[in-house]
Design a protein around this ligand. Structure first.
Ligand code: FAD
Length: 549
């Protein structure tokens, strides 16, 4: 993982193979994308604070995991200092590193994790579990004022599927496994967890659980909170273990307390998760709707119907236009097809192409199941004046979804912040929520006197509502610090979420980025309850202090 940005060294987003993108960005942000105006500081020029690890603590940690797995290497420490939220990226690129951990340790089983925790508590050190470092809520950074030694516990060596109970469709898995490692081990035996967040390539099972993550196919497989049946956690008072039973009546759910705990209750070493047979067929179809209200209504009706697609996702008109602008150079045949489709939509279907919304709906299962599902969904789509545009756009989306995250670094190279804010609300509130948020963002752009863009998609449908996922970017005014201007926009969006009855985040957790809205979301007594939980489990505030509350 790059220390200053997303993904693998040498991989980046480019506009050069997307002919419509430069004019699109020029039009909406006033940004000349040919000109790179900002680069991360060179690693050799970073002023990395020296590690304050005392020899006695080092040797105790070496006793716990072995000397080769205790690292004070500067690059290692910088990579483990933060996650990947916009504020993390901007400050890292500038060389403002904050409170870098003093040491990174890499236990490879639960006993070693327990030994590290004992050492940390004995030394009154701070211990921060690190999965893939991909969170975007400020869930990893030690407080700037922290004077105690800070230990980052990288779980990456705990990467094995330990057991599959085929009869119960459950797998016991070590928490440090990355998405691709997990799927590879399960697929080899015909199984899948089906959890595919956009950060899949670089995030871990433990991180997903600790942040209550959601994957693209949550409509079928559930969010991580649904698919995690049991957890094992090393806590200050011993190993917390819950049983992998389908349901239990043991009082408030301890398993649920661990879900979303962001390292504040201990280190998750293992989880038992639902697994499913790898489906015989998997397809994602594209659909077009004439407008956002029709598209929203169709998604709601699909959720209410007997259809059970694995993905239901629809972009608003702004995101649809952006998607079209990121298409690669089309062939002559593609251009002809697209012209024919445009003419058909405008003349025969009375579509306003500027208001049109692109949707992806995924189907999985046997051939017959997929065919039956497509038919059910097709009828609902038609009732809302939509139409199928086949599997081409869906395949393209499926292929490029893990590349899109690189776009934030691309925009930052051109001086423009771009970020996301996501939420969920009941179906009855979604339309107003959407209007409120887009208005609030545009008001914030106007207040700053900047050109900005906001777009949205609906994904993750449930019985009672869905997630709305907003993406925004703007060209900073140059009059104020870029992070100050970013906060004006981000705060306006987040505040509108809670003011409109929605949650502060559907799947990106609280961290430090969203903590100030927590009492408005779960009420004062709710926050007090969480505080008591953290204080009770971790009276010395040694476990990732300052996150969530
Ligand atoms: C480009 C991009 C796309 C993203 N897309 C999605 C998406 O589609 N869906 C989604 O849900 N999220 C998404 N995220 C957010 C992020 O990937 C998730 O929050 C993810 O679950 C974090 O996992 P991680 O392994 O990287 O955890 P980290 O970032 O390493 O840690 C996150 C938090 O969990 C704690 N933690 C990690 N491992 C453990 C453990 N074993 N025990 C106890 N605590 C632990 C850490 O201390 C920290 O507080 C995206 C992020 C980026 C940058």
């Amino acid at each position: 993982m790059k220390w200053w940005g997303w993904g693998d060294e040498g991989v980046s987003f480019t506009h050069t193979d997307k002919p419509a993108l430069a004019p699109f960005i020029k039009l909406h942000l006033g940004l000349d994308i040919e000109a790179k105006t900002s680069r991360p500081v060179a690693f050799d020029d970073l002023r990395i604070p020296d590690s304050s690890l005392e020899p006695s603590l080092r040797s105790a940690l070496e006793g716990a995991v072995g000397s080769e797995r205790v690292s004070t290497d500067p690059l290692d420490r910088v990579v483990h200092a933060r996650g990947k939220c916009l504020r993390d990226l901007v400050r890292h690129r500038r060389g403002e590193l904050g409170r870098v951990p003093d040491v990174v340790v890499r236990p490879d089983d639960e006993d070693e994790v327990a030994a590290v925790l004992r050492v940390a508590l004995d030394a009154d050190a701070v211990l921060i579990p690190f999965g893939g470092g991909t969170n975007i809520s400020g869930s990893l950074e030690a407080p700037e004022s922290e004077t105690r030694p800070v230990i980052s516990v990288d779980t990456g060596l705990m990467d094995r599927v330990l057991e599959i109970d085929e009869e119960s469709r459950l797998a016991r898995v070590q928490a440090g496994v990355l998405g691709p490692q997990l799927e590879e081990q399960l697929n080899a035996r015909g199984w899948t967890v089906g959890h595919f967040p956009d950060s899949f390539t670089h995030s871990t099972l433990g991180g997903w659980i600790a942040t209550r993550s959601s994957g693209m196919q949550s409509d079928k497989y559930g969010d991580v909170a649904d698919l995690t049946r049991a957890v094992r956690v090393v806590t200050p008072s011993g190993i917390l273990a819950t049983r992998p039973v389908p349901h239990t009546s043991t009082g408030p759910s301890v398993r649920e307390m661990v879900l979303g705990s962001e390292g504040r209750l201990g280190i998750i070493t293992e989880a038992t998760v639902h697994v499913h047979r790898v489906p015989e067929r998997r397809t994602i179809l594209g659909y077009l709707f004439p407008s956002w209200p029709e598209a929203l209504a169709a998604m709601r009706e699909i959720a209410e119907s007997e259809a059970s697609p694995s993905v239901t996702r629809v972009s608003d008109a702004a995101e649809t236009r952006f998607s079209f602008a990121t298409r690669k150079e089309p062939s002559l045949l593609d251009r002809l097809k697209s012209k024919v489709l445009q003419t058909y939509l405008e003349r025969r279907r009375n579509f306003d192409l500027e208001a049109m919304c692109l949707s992806f709906i995924g189907y999985e299962g046997t051939k017959d199941h997929v065919a039956a599902q497509r038919k059910l969904v097709g009828k609902i789509v038609s009732r809302h004046d939509g139409l199928s545009v086949g599997s081409g756009p869906g395949q393209l989306y499926d292929q490029k979804k893990f590349d899109t995250p690189y776009i934030r670094d691309y925009l930052l190279d051109r001086g423009a912040p771009g970020d996301v804010s996501e939420t969920s609300a009941p179906w009855s509130a979604l339309s107003t929520l959407y209007d409120n948020v887009t208005e609030a963002a545009h008001r914030a752009f106007d207040e700053l006197g900047v050109r900005g863009y906001i777009m949205c998609h609906l994904s993750h449908s449930y019985h009672a509502g869905a997630c709305l996922y907003f993406t925004f970017a703007f060209k900073p005014s140059g009059r104020r610090d870029v992070l100050e201007e970013y906060d004006v926009v981000k705060d306006a969006i987040q505040q509108t979420f809670v003011d409109s009855g929605a949650t502060l985040s559907h799947h990106h957790a609280v961290g430090t980025e969203h903590a100030k809205w927590l009492d408005q979301d779960i009420s004062g007594p709710g926050v007090a309850m969480l505080r008591s939980l953290f204080d009770g489990v971790d009276p010395g505030a040694n476990l990732n202090p300052g996150k969530i509350v």
